[in-house]
Design a protein around this ligand. Structure first.
Ligand SMILES: [Fe+2]
Ligand SMILES: [Fe+2]
Length: 470
């Protein structure tokens, strides 16, 4: 890659052109990334032109450049949000110190683990979604999934940049390992549970993009508070892209709800399967599943790891700098849910230990806002029903609720009660087969599968029937 124009090939604002060490690391990694993309990226569409946005700078003009690109030629770039002059660490034992520009030696291992864990989710979701293009409900949706996929690829680049630029040899090894693990692989699985689940159909994908990408938003937002400034700036820029992924999830599920309601009204029935749509109880079961596995991603309610990340200044709370407490949390308490006998209660715990739960609380509030908007669609159709977030203890694998059974309305259940009802609460095999039966590709411009309504508008001011993929 001698004499290569780095800015052209790898858009960046990290002065890659004059950083020989980083160039060498990337020269080694980039071909392996491309191999991974061809093996594990969107199946069957690598040679097509897709109307995608590419970030070529972080300013308002450059961060969303639209045009046709073949995905393997996408210009995955490296961007950090603009530095905040004089930024100081906002929390923990180093509160008030200048933010670190280099990795503090004593926190090296911890920080690397945080970056690797975040980085691992990015390629995992591309792997989970790789076959979906073949059953797209429209060309508009097809373009959107590819946009998410290439940006998750860029998020991987973002984390790899941090590893290669700041962690020397072990950083380079971790960057390689990120390309070697595979979602759902028995021997080399991705690090976090939800990223090893299958995403077998478009309903699952839309739910995933709403619930699981939103976990990403909260993780990135708390890493954006980090005292390690390059991590903070990287995450701040990733959040601008993440917003579009969440938009796809929220409006995607909204369009499904819309279509379901239209058919319920038109045929005066709850049983819209006859008309090839997704009934509300099925949508509720998919919601229950994706919400509960996403809640697990936040980790245990009581966590000394989370306390350490905070005290060391590595990972803050959501909107840390907007909070008005002491940002040390050594003497404050926080209320969390707990299990006592056969009941779920609330109990005060030392705030520092409960940071995972606090982040989960922020996430739940955000999820509820989306669900409220879906319920408005149902109400606007004059239908007396609503979608609900199940209780936080429902169907959990990690933490306080990991080894008890909880109903969607928050009652502790015996195993027998759970077994008797779980088919009402979680997608059944019949549900999955039915959803699968609807997954027929629709590729005529401006046409949409029968189970999902068209969007209100197209992408980047283009019409809904624009040729987003050609
Ligand atoms: Fe991401
Ligand atoms: Fe995302």
């Amino acid at each position: 890659m001698a004499g290569i124009d780095y800015l052209e090939r790898i858009p960046n604002n990290v002065d890659l052109g004059s950083n020989r060490r980083l160039q060498r690391a990337l020269e080694d990694w980039q071909p392996k990334f491309l191999e991974w993309w061809k093996d594990m990226g969107p199946d069957g569409f690598q040679a097509r032109d897709v109307y995608l946005r590419t970030a070529i700078s972080v300013d308002a003009k450059g961060w969303a450049q639209f045009g046709y690109v073949r995905m393997p030629e996408y210009r995955w770039g490296i961007f950090l949000a603009e530095p905040e002059p004089g930024r100081t660490i906002a929390f923990g034992d180093h509160k008030g110190d200048p933010a670190w520009q280099e990795v503090p030696g004593e926190y090296r291992g911890t920080l690397r683990r945080l970056i690797v864990t975040q980085g691992d989710t990015e390629p995992a979701s591309v792997e989970q979604q790789r076959h979906l293009g073949r059953t797209c409900p429209s060309v508009y949706d097809l373009r959107n999934i590819f946009q998410v996929n290439v940006e998750e690829g860029r998020h991987l680049w973002a984390m790899v940049y941090l590893l290669q630029a700041h962690f020397g040899r072990d950083g380079r090894e971790e960057a390689e390992a990120l390309l070697q693990r595979r979602s759902g692989d028995r021997d080399r699985p991705r690090i976090l549970g939800a990223f090893n689940e299958r995403t077998p159909d478009w309903l699952s994908y839309l739910m995933f993009t709403f619930f699981t990408d939103r976990d990403g938003k909260y993780q990135l937002a708390s890493l954006a508070e980090s005292g390690f400034d390059p991590l903070s700036r990287t995450c701040r820029f990733m959040l601008t892209e993440e917003a579009h992924h969440l938009f796809i999830g929220e409006t995607g599920v909204a369009r499904v709800v819309q279509r379901t309601c239209e058919l319920m009204r038109q045929h005066r029935t709850d049983d819209v399967r006859k008309y090839g749509a997704l009934d509300l109880p099925l949508l509720q079961r998919y919601l229950n599943f994706h919400y509960s596995v996403s809640l697990d991603l936040f980790g245990s309610e009581i966590s000394t790891n989370a306390a350490n990340f905070y005290t060391l200044g590595l990972k803050g709370r959501f909107e840390e700098t907007k909070k008005t407490d002491d940002h040390l949390l050594k003497s404050s308490m926080y209320r969390i849910a707990a299990v006592e006998g056969d009941r779920v209660i609330e109990a005060e715990q030392p705030a520092l230990q409960t940071l995972n739960e606090r982040l989960r609380d922020d996430y739940i509030v955000d999820c509820q806002r989306g669900v409220d908007r879906w319920n408005k669609i149902i109400r606007d159709h004059g239908i007396d029903a609503e979608l609900r977030l199940p209780h936080r203890g429902f169907h959990r694998a990690i933490g306080t609720f990991g080894d008890v059974r909880v109903s969607p309305d928050g009652r502790l259940l015996s195993q027998a009660e759970w077994d008797a009802h779980k088919h009402e609460w979680l997608p059944t095999q019949a549900d999955e087969q039915y959803v699968q039966s609807l997954m027929k590709p629709v590729t005529e411009l401006g046409k949409f599968a029968n189970w999902i309504a068209p969007p209100a508008r197209g992408i980047n001011g283009q019409p809904v029937d624009f040729e987003y993929v050609r």
